[in-house]
Design a protein around this ligand. Sequence first.
Ligand code: GLN
Length: 196
Amino acid sequence: MVKIGVLGLQGAVREHVHSIEQAGAEAIVIKRKEQLAEIDGLIIPGGESTTMRRLIDKYDFMDVLKQFADQGKPMFGTCAGLILLAKQIVGYEKPHIGVMDITVERNSFGRQRESFEADLEIAGAAADFPAVFIRAPHIVEAGENVEVLAKHNGRIVAAREGQFLGCSFHPELTDDHRLTEYFIKMVKEAKEKQFV
Ligand code: GLN
């Protein structure tokens, strides 16, 4: 069985743990950087990207997160987690972890629509996924190796680049675990490759 970590510094951590377990994998909350060595894939949850960044620096996580990506291990960023993975953030000079070839814009669905739900078709994962958006970012631009998995009102809200998966919404807040299952499959495939 693969082990999936959820970065446990801030945000919707518990809900991801539940979703991973429902999808049939083992979940570990990551609170110390040494724990990254124990896991096969990592979910960076939604929350507040600036707060999470502050805690990443405070607990000295930045280098180990980059090393984790360098090892080819899968990472899944949801909402604020997507912002942390992006190589570019509109209005910011520097990215955070900066490993996925996308440009994101924060809080980009407008004040009137702070949170909403929409049914999405997510390529390879679900035809009708109930997506919960909360002060969500969207992907403004995606590099040539990035596969767009879902759009909402013409805006990219889910994408994959090899080992990296990201979405604007909170897939862990409903009982639909298909996107988590999609990530677990990515993790299994990456793990199998390591042993070939
Ligand atoms: N607006 C938050 C940010 O910019 C993200 C919101 C979320 O993760 N639900 O970090």
